[in-house]
Design a binder for this molecule. Sequence first.
Ligand code: NAD
Ligand code: LMR
Length: 331
Amino acid sequence: MASDLAQTKQPVKVTITGAAGNIAYSLLWRVASGDVFGPDQPVDLTLLEIEPAAKAAEGTAMELSDSAMPLVRGITVTTDQRAGFEGANAAFLVGAKPRGKGESRADMLAANGKIFIEQGKAINAGAADDIRVLVVGNPANTNAYIAAKAAGDVPADRFNALMRLDHNRALSVLGQKLDAPTDAFERVVVWGNHADTQFPDLTYAQLEGADVMPKIDQAWYTDEFIPRVAKRGAEIIEVRGKSSAASAASAAVDHMRDWVQGTDGRWTTVALPSTGQYGVDEGLVFGFPVVGANGQWQVVEGLEISDFQRPRIDANVEALRSEAEVAAQLF
Ligand code: NAD
Ligand code: LMR
C-alpha cells in the first residue's frame, strides 16, 4: 500500500518519449516504482510516440497499468508533441533512431536532430517552470544542445544529456580491475561527448579515500581502460545485436534521481550546457564532473588540468563544435 505521504502529495508529471522502444520498456517501470522521484512521490506518466508506434505504446501502457504500481496516478499515451509536454515537470527524451553496426552516433544527427527542435519548442510552449529535461536519444549531447536552443524561454541549464552510462561503465571496468564495488570509488569523471572521443578520467579518482592512479599502470589506463569505456556502446551493439537498453535506462534513472535528490557531495558525470568552464565553448553540452544539491548541478571547478588531460578534453570540444555546425543547418 502507498504511504500516507504518497496519498497526499501532488504527482510529478513525467514525459517519456520513444515510449514503445527498448529503453522505455525498462525506464517506465523504474520511474513508476519510485526509483527516480522517491518512494513517496506519485507520478503521472505521459508516453509520447510517433504515429507508426502508437499502437505498440498503447500495449506498453496496458502492461504498465497491469503492474498496478501504487505510485502511478495516470498513464497517457499521445502522439501530439505539444500535448505530450503540457505541464511536464520532468522529461526523458529517449525517442530517436539508434545507430547500427559500423555507424557513429554523430551519423544519427541528420535523422534525429529535427526531433529535438520540435520537442524543444513544445517544452518551451507548455512544460512546467521547474522542467528538467534529460536527452538520451543520440547524438545525445548535440540533441540536448538543439532542444535547449529551440526552447529559448527555458533556462539552458534545464537541458542535460545522458553521460551517466559512460560514468557507470567507467566505474564497472575500474571495479573489476581493482576488485572493489562500484560505490567504493569517488571522483571519477567522463569529460566531453557521448562519443568515441569521450575521456574517462581517473586523474582525481579515489578508492576508499586513497588515490587510484598509483594502483594501476599507465599502459592499462591509456590503452585498455579509456578505449574500453569509450567504445563500450559499439561493443554492446556488436555482441547484443542491438544498442544498450536496460543499462541506458538504469543510467537515466541514476541521472534524474541525482538531479532531483542530490549526490550528497559525491561526484558524478553530467553533460550540461557549458558556461565556459575548463575552456569549453559556452552552450556546448559537455560532460563535466558535477555534484548535485538542492535540485541543481554544480560543476566541480578549479581542477588542475595536465598535459595528458588537455588534448583529450579539447578533442571533445572540437567534435561538439563540428556537430553544432551541422545542427545549425537543421533549424
Ligand atoms: P528504439 O528504436 O527501440 O526506440 C525508439 C523509439 O522512439 C521508437 O519506438 C520510435 O517510434 C520512437 N520515436 C522516434 N521519433 C520519435 C519522436 N519524434 N517522438 C517520440 N518518439 C519517437 O530505440 P532505443 O533502443 O530505445 O534507443 C533510443 C535512443 O537512445 C537511440 O537514439 C539510442 O542511440 C539512444 N541511446 C542513448 C544512450 C546514451 O547513453 N545517451 C544509450 C543507449 C541508447
Ligand atoms: C550506448 O552508449 O550504448 C548508446 O549510446 C548506444 C550506442 O549507439 O552506442
